[in-house]
Design a protein around this ligand. Structure first.
Ligand code: PEP
Length: 255
């Protein structure tokens, strides 16, 4: 079901006490904003060791939800250092980010592995936030649509209708992540509309209209309203600005 949504990706930041302090500030700053017809669903995605504590600090049954930043593709077994989707669900996670460009780049996660992770996450009842986005040279050589189209076809469109229904897509141009260089609202809208059109082709028009598509890449308290006002932008996946409670609260109120 399509909805407004803001997810905060804390990446590899904050100790346990720091994370608890930040989530307390976010809940205080954002609770009044988290009501009303346009109010977004809010997903907080801390590092693994903070998940349970942060989840406990979120008001239950409302707009706040817990998400992880990654999961393994198997349910359990001899995979030292890994965390399974089932474990995430058991500590209260409802969402999991998959395909983030940092993991594609530094951890060499490819479409085949991401396909397995998607299936495993869905089987455990988690809702994937699946990231796509082009590098700068791809944009500069006018290959953005080809690149994103391939990421969608290879990474996502193998899912059944029922599985795809659980997925949120995040368009995150790599050149905009953590760089302070945001896509213009027109650039974001253009790619979001393209993604929706590709979903319509792969599934159907109703599925496309029902899909939540987020923008990510240096979104902040100043530019969120303009980005979220675009017809195909349903919210944001927020990195740096999600670590500042006041900024994150402003972003949540930007619909
Ligand atoms: C991200 O990591 O998903 C992200 C969008 O980061 P930032 O907002 O810092 O660019």
């Amino acid at each position: 079901m399509r909805k407004n949504l803001v997810a905060g990706n804390w990446k590899m930041n904050l100790t346990y006490p720091e994370g608890l302090a930040l989530v307390g500030e976010i809940v205080n700053a954002a609770s009044s904003a988290a009501t009303g017809a346009n109010a977004p669903e809010i997903v907080i995605c801390p590092p693994f060791p903070l998940l349970h504590g942060v989840g406990q600090a979120l008001p239950q049954g409302g707009k706040f939800h817990l998400g992880a930043q990654n999961c393994h593709q198997k349910e359990s077994g001899a995979f030292t250092g890994e965390v399974s989707p089932k474990m995430l669900a058991s500590v209260g996670c409802e969402y999991v980010i998959l395909g983030h460009s940092e993991r594609r780049q530094y951890l060499r996660e490819d479409d085949d592995l991401l396909g397995q992770k998607l299936k495993a996450a869905l089987a455990a009842g988690l809702k994937p936030i699946f990231c796509v986005g082009e590098p700068l040279d791809t944009r500069e050589s006018d290959e953005t649509f080809n690149f994103i189209g391939k990421q969608l076809a290879d990474g996502l469109f193998h899912l059944s209708n029922e599985e795809f229904d659980q997925v949120t897509i995040a368009y995150e141009p790599i050149w905009a992540i953590g760089t302070g260089r945001t896509a213009t609202s027109a650039q974001a809208q253009e790619v979001h509309a393209f993604i929706r059109e590709r979903i319509a082709r792969a599934y159907d028009g109703k599925v496309a209209l029902d899909t939540t598509i987020l923008y990510g890449g240096s979104a902040n308290a100043q530019n969120a309203r303009e980005l979220f006002s675009q017809p195909d932008v349903d919210g944001g996946l927020i990195g740096g600005a999600a670590l500042k409670a006041a900024d994150f609260a402003t972003i949540i109120q930007s619909f």
